[in-house]
Design a protein around this ligand. Structure first.
Ligand code: ADP
Ligand code: MG
Length: 356
């Protein structure tokens, strides 16, 4: 187990910068998720920690060791990839043991580690099989097991669940969370799936175009997204983002005028984007409520997502299940001041930095 520190880590491929100065301290035992759209630099950063990618500048420490120039094999990390890359002709037992055999570990110790990992991952009964006799989920478990037997200081996982179907992904997600609790080793996990990030992470690092956008605990980034990008990326269904401006202590867009909380740091006349999550729109006749005309109602099962317009502004509203909501119906809705997020239109940065 160890702490991992990245200091101003940068990667350029020729003139193309894939990762700009990346600063992060990962605590011993912490589960950190790199989250962002395809091409934002997640894998490159992970591969630099692993030593599979040379870093252009900056430094990386694992525990007290400066590993910046060390070979991958000398970093004591274990990596799990999206494609399990198992040896097809070896048994599951030998797939788990192989990495230890090439390190010339004592066979008795290898056997102990393989059996322990197999027990932890529910693979005991498959040890004599070949990979093609396993399901996708079982193969991914073998890939995890192969990392586990190494007893690494840090686990690095690059979209390990992307090849699995949705249901299996949820199950494996739970297993990875349990595994982390059991072994207590630091994990760095890459995904483009915000639900995976929210459910697994102690802290999420949200990336875009090689730049870190925000680092925070899952509910921190949900409650206080640092900018418009994070606001739109975290949360499902997506946050409503409405362009408008500040006038007389209110946010104004189309025919909509929304009073802001006192002390909101926005100047009169400033162009802003107002954010409110669909689940935070208040439904019902309250002072200041406006009419919301539903165009489409999506039944999600436990909840209903209504999409429509309020005072000329497009809005998504998430409520408990309602079987009767549908097109051409009207609700009274309000945008509660304590649920609002305000961003500067010019920079996209959160304005009310000090407020939940
Ligand atoms: P992610 O894992 O977030 O999808 P990557 O880290 O794989 O993104 O890639 C980040 C950026 O670096 C992308 O724009 C990608 O095209 C670029 N990139 C990655 N590897 C190379 C390479 N070997 N040569 C040139 N550009 C690369
Ligand atoms: Mg990637």
């Amino acid at each position: 187990m160890a702490k991992v520190s990245l200091a101003r880590v940068r990667k350029a491929y020729g003139g193309v910068v894939a990762v700009h100065g990346f600063d992060l301290d990962i605590a011993d035992g912490e589960f950190v998720v790199f989250l962002g759209p395809s091409g934002c630099g997640k894998s490159t950063t992970l591969r630099m920690i692993a030593g599979l990618e040379e870093i252009t500048s900056g430094s990386i420490h694992i525990g007290a060791r400066d590993v910046t120039r060390l070979e991958p094999k000398d970093r004591n990390i274990a990596m799990v990839f999206q494609n399990y890359a198992l040896y097809p002709h070896k048994t599951i037992y030998e797939n788990l043991a192989f990495g230890l055999r090439i390190r010339r570990m004592d066979p008795a110790e290898i056997d102990r580690r393989v059996r322990r990992a197999a027990a932890m991952l529910g693979l005991d009964e498959f040890l004599a099989r070949k990979p093609k006799q396993l399901s996708g989920g079982q193969m991914q478990r073998v890939a995890l097991g192969r990392a586990l037997v190494r007893n690494p200081d840090v686990f690095l996982l690059d979209e390990p669940l992307s090849n699995l179907d949705a249901k299996l992904r949820v199950r494996m997600r739970e297993e990875i969370a349990r595994l982390h609790q059991e072994v207590g080793t630091s994990m760095v996990y890459v995904t483009h799936d915000q639900v995976e990030a929210m459910t697994l992470a102690n802290r999420i690092v949200i990336m875009r175009d090689g730049h870190v956008q925000q680092v925070g605990r899952p509910l921190e980034v949900y409650d206080r997204p640092a900018n418009l990008f994070v606001a739109g990326f975290i949360g499902s269904p997506e946050m409503n983002l409405i362009e408008g401006r500040i006038a007389g202590g209110a946010f104004v867009a189309g025919g909509l005028s929304v009073p802001l909380a006192e002390g909101t740091p926005a100047r009169d006349g400033e162009e802003v984007v107002l954010g409110i999550r669909p689940e935070h729109v208040a439904v019902g006749e309250t002072p200041g409520a406006v009419g919301f005309d539903i165009r489409v109602a999506e039944q999600l099962g436990a909840q209903t997502l209504s999409i429509g317009e309020a005072a000329g502004v497009r809005l998504r509203v998430l409520t408990e299940r309602s079987d009767t909501l549908g097109a051409d119906q009207r609700l009274a809705v309000g945008l509660p001041a304590h649920r609002l997020h305000l961003f500067a239109k010019s920079t996209g940065q959160r304005l009310d930095a000090g407020r939940a």
